[in-house]
Write a protein that binds this ligand. Structure first.
Ligand code: SAM
Length: 252
């Protein structure tokens, strides 16, 4: 049970356990009945209205960044409960959500059963290909919101490679992540009073994430088309050491 800040120059701190992450999300899927589909993936279980306010502010900020005009195929990596489907589908031609958690995918499938141009697949963010998720065509847009914090660095590199391989020419990848403000913070098997669950995650600094991105998406093939804070309203950020940020990557 620990919260560990990495000391610059002394390595990147402990790894997080895949099993701890998958147990956490299996339990979140079970809790959808009581929490609803937004809190299940945004958390803040005991804070009335905060998850919903964050959901609205995030979509207000991020949706325009995707530059969707109805013609694009969208891949949502780590789609969770399908929180983005109703916002993305009306302005895209096809939506495919993938997630490692069977319970969350089952919920999303049930919610969007028979909705045209929409499907979900159980798949790991760091081990998928177009073929493995049953697709023939690449995606014009890839959204990956709040997922990379549950992956160790090697897995993040693999996930970024999988996304790059699934992306169309001139396509965009939008990453939304809670990031360490000054330092990387690793939370390993930490009991959260708010969620009443054991939690593990890695809050990388933006510099660390950009360094990983540069290894997979070099300057000649991708450019950083933008980055910034997700919330303009200070009360939506209730932590000092981490902050929700976004990065937009464009294939060139
Ligand atoms: C904080 S939730 C965000 C869900 C969704 N992106 C959203 O914004 O509502 C994180 C999601 O990442 C998924 N996830 C965690 N590790 C994953 C992995 N290795 N591969 C695929 N999905 C993963 C979880 O199952 C969960 O649905």
């Amino acid at each position: 049970m620990s919260r560990i800040y990495s000391i610059p120059g002394q390595g990147n701190g402990p790894l997080i356990e895949k099993k701890s992450v998958s147990d956490f999300f299996d339990r979140r899927a079970e809790k959808i009945k009581t929490l609803g589909p937004v809190k299940a993936v945004i958390y803040q279980d005991k804070q009335s209205g905060l998850a919903e306010a964050r959901n609205a502010a995030e979509k207000f900020k991020l949706l325009p960044l995707l530059r969707l005009d109805g013609a694009q195929r969208v891949l949502d990596v780590g789609c969770g409960t399908g929180r983005w489907v109703s916002d993305l589908l009306p302005i895209s031609s096809f939506y495919h959500g993938i997630d490692a958690c069977e319970g969350l995918v089952a919920y999303a499938r049930e919610q969007f059963f028979l909705v045209p141009n929409c499907c979900f697949t159980v798949a790991s963010a760091d081990n998928f290909s177009l073929q493995s998720i049953g697709e023939k065509l690449t995606f014009d847009r890839i959204l990956c919101a709040g997922v990379l914090i549950y992956l160790n660095d090697e897995e993040v590199l693999r996930a970024l490679r999988c996304m790059a391989n699934a992306l169309s020419p001139s396509g965009l990848i939008l990453l939304r992540e809670p990031m360490g403000v000054d330092q990387r913070l690793t939370i390993s098997e930490h009991y959260s009073d708010d969620m009443e669950q054991i939690y593990s995650a890695i809050y990388r600094t933006r510099g660390e994430l950009e360094a990983l991105i540069a290894k997979v998406m070099p300057a000649g093939s991708f450019r950083l088309a933008g980055c910034g804070d997700v919330y303009d309203e200070p009360t939506l950020n209730n932590r000092n050491d981490t902050k929700q940020q976004w990065l937009l990557l464009e294939r060139i």
